[in-house]
Design a protein around this ligand. Sequence first.
Ligand SMILES: *Cc1c(COP(=O)(O)O)cnc(C)c1O
Length: 370
Amino acid sequence: MNVPPIDLKNEYKRYGKRVSKRVEKVCASGMYVLGKEVAEFEERFARFTGAKHAVGVASCSDGLLLALMALGVGEGDEVIVPAFTFFSTASAAVRLGAKPVFVDIGPVDYGLKTDEVERKITARTKAVIPVHLYGNPCRIKDLRKITKPRGVHVVEDCAQAVGARVGKRHVGTFGDFGAFSFYPTKTMGAFGDAGIVATNSKKLAEKMKILRNHGESPRYHNKFLGVNSRLDEMQAAVLNVKLDFLSKDIEARKKIAKYYGRLFKEARLSEAVPPRERKGVTHAFHQYVIRAMNRDELLARLREKGIGANVYYPVPLHLQPCLDYLGYTEGDFLEAEEASRDTLALPIYATLKPAQQKFVVETIREFYRR
Ligand SMILES: *Cc1c(COP(=O)(O)O)cnc(C)c1O
C-alpha cells in the first residue's frame, strides 16, 4: 500500500471541470489583475471567516509583511514571534528592520506561551504574531488580554488554520489582521502562490489595498512605500471554485483525525502520542502531528513503507543560521527544541482512506514493537 503525503491529483478530479471553465472565462476576459474574480473571492472569504474585510495578496508571507507595514512596524521596533513556526512568521519583521523577539510554545497547542509574551513586552514592542500551527488554535483570547491594554498590535498567522475556531469565532478575526495562505499544499490550495489578509477595520483594509499595489492612491501617486503583491485573477478563479468544497474538506479532515485518534488509542503506544484538541476550540487539522520517540528512525521506516510522513519543522527559528546575529543559543527555548526533535506529521487530506490510516498506525505500532 502507498500513502502519499498529499493527493492533489485525485482531489483535482472533484473540481477540475469547474476550474477549467472558470479559468477559461478569465483568459477570454482580457482582465487578469484585480478584476471580478478577486473581488468576488475577497467578499466570499470574508463571509466565510466572519471578518468584515479581506484583501487578496500574492502569498501569506507577503500578507504578514504587508500587515506589519500597515501597522507601521519598522526600524527599532520589536515583534514577538514563536520560536517554533515556519520561517516567514519571523522574516516579515526582519525585512522591515524590526527585531524578532522569540517566545517559547506550549507543548499541546504549539502556540505562544502567553505568560512569556507578557514578560517580553517592552516599550519597543510594536506587534505580536501568534501562529495557529497545524490548524490548532493558539490561546488568542488570553493574548489579546495582554496586548490590548498595552497598545500592542496582533497579526495572526493563519497560514495553516483556515476553518479553525475559538468558540464560534474563526481565527484571523481576533487580531488587527489575520493572514491566510493558499499555497498548493495548504488546506485550500491555489494552483500557485496566493494569500489573503482578513481584518475588521475598514481603515486597515483600505491601507492594505493601497500597500499591495505599490502604495498607489490615486494611480501613479504613491501615498506609501508599497509593494507589488496582488492576488491574480487566475488564482482567484481557482479559489472561487475551491471555496465551495472548503467546509466539507475541513469536516473530512476532522473525521480522519478522529479515526487516527481511535487507532492510536487501540494501539496503546506510549512512544507515539496523538495531538490533543483544547476544550472550546476547533482544530482544523491542516496537519495531524504526533510526538514520537526515535522520530527520525520512525520517519525512515514510514518512508520505506511508502508512507509520506513529514517533519514540520526540524530547526526552530532561534537556531536558524541567518538569525545568528540575534544571539540565541540552544537551550533558550526547550519546548520549541523538543518539538523540532519529536514532532511528526502523518498524511491527512480529504481523499485519505480508512485502510490507509490503519496501515499508517499499524506500521508505527510494528516499529515500536521490535
Ligand atoms: C505556509 C506558511 C506561511 C507562508 O505562506 P505562503 O503563502 O507560502 O507565503 C507562513 N506561516 C506558516 C505557519 C505557514 O505554514
